[in-house]
Design a protein around this ligand. Sequence first.
Ligand code: NAD
Length: 479
Amino acid sequence: MNIKNYINGEFVNPIKNQWIDNYNPSIGEVYGQIPNSTEEDIEKAYQAANEAFPSWSKTTLDERSSILSKIAQLIKEKLDVLAEAESKDNGKPLSLAKAVDIPRASSNFQFFANAITQFASEAHESVGFNAINLTLRQPIGVVGCISPWNLPLYLFTWKIAPAIAAGNCVVAKPSEVTPMTAFLLGEICNEAGLPKGVLNIVHGLGNSAGQAIIAHPKIKAISFTGGTNTGAHIARTAAPMFKKLSLELGGKNPNIIFADCDYDKMLSTTIKSSFANQGQICLCGSRIFVEESIFEKFKEDFVKKVSELKVGIPFDSETNVGALVSKQHLEKVKSYINIAEEEGGVILFGGERVSVNGAENGYYLQPTIIQVDSNKCKLNQEEIFGPVVTIMSFKTQEEALTLANDVSYGLSATLWTNNLNRTMQMSQELQAGIVWVNTWLMRDLRTPFGGTKASGVGREGGFEALRFFTEPKNICIQY
Ligand code: NAD
């Protein structure tokens, strides 16, 4: 199946007619080709977006809202097709794509369809000066949206929806590893009546197609989700051009478990926060810290539960853990497991590739639990981004906090306790953009989402996203 670029409302081949293989990770085989787009394709997409901007930015909020709602509705109607495409492209269990990825992509559009109708400009009366300040929130122009492979349509739409709701036109690039649902989104946008050129989806590699977006002098803002190194490179390229930047980067999140927690809820949620989507979620709690008094019990129960997870083909309804996204990524994750021993780690469960019947060349790995005795090791300091967690014990609240914060990342943290004072003390001190207490990955789309330290700059979600995608202009009128 050949994927095409979506530019100016049309599906087109890349100008240089170069292509990249697209893999189905669950069987380890090529199943199609995607455009290997170049600077010329990005320029064409930019021109289309730039031409669409004057009229799109002047559409009424009702018009924009109703088109976004229509896109949300169509995504819902095409749930099965989209979920199958996502699962095949990414390796994630079909059940997960159906329950999480695609419904959330629909919610992203519906949320911003509603939010834009509530987004108000501000006024400040300068009392005593006979003046009034009116702060407009104007769309920026043409903006770039670049997303990763782990939650393909979910994260792609999380950027595009607020960008177009705010009146911008977009040049977007999904990950070259998982392009399929972004391709299908183009058809949905046409069906929903999105004017041509408002959204342009260009496929290709990061260092060519992606690079052309971030280096384009007229693309005025970049919303990026992906790895920390890529984020740093984007900042180096885009900052001298004074582009607005939102960078949602990697994580190495602590999951801190106190003995006074609701144990059963903690245990079942910790299975998810460790291994959902094969551990390939930036918010996964990959460093588990457990209070000493329950450490042995937790170890035993956790290993038992994890051993019951079924690794298998994504389309099988019994599957809990699907395939990793690519061979290269599988090898990267495995390389961390291989250094566990050198680092004094003990593999309590997993660590091996899994050969799945009928899909022997798929990229399957056992969910893996490694006990470590220090937070300083690579396993605890570097983002693995796969089905691998470490566990270690702590004695006091202070020690837990020190361990949690002793890492370059600062995306999210999970805390399990029923002690209110401890909840408030720890939540205040944890160096993270998001703290979950007695839950994980519960998202209210109105709340700010993003990280601190090496996990990025800026916040997405709610009005934060609409503020990012608009330029404030203050008009001061004296009367
Ligand atoms: P990646 O940085 O390799 O790629 C992300 C996107 O950037 C892809 O579309 C890629 O083609 C593009 N890209 C690469 N080089 C580029 C360049 N020079 N210029 C412009 N674009 C370029 O990341 P990945 O491997 O796709 O995704 C995994 C990473 O994403 C992990 O680190 C994970 O933690 C992070 N992530 C973060 C969040 C968050 O919200 N903070 C969410 C999901 C994933």
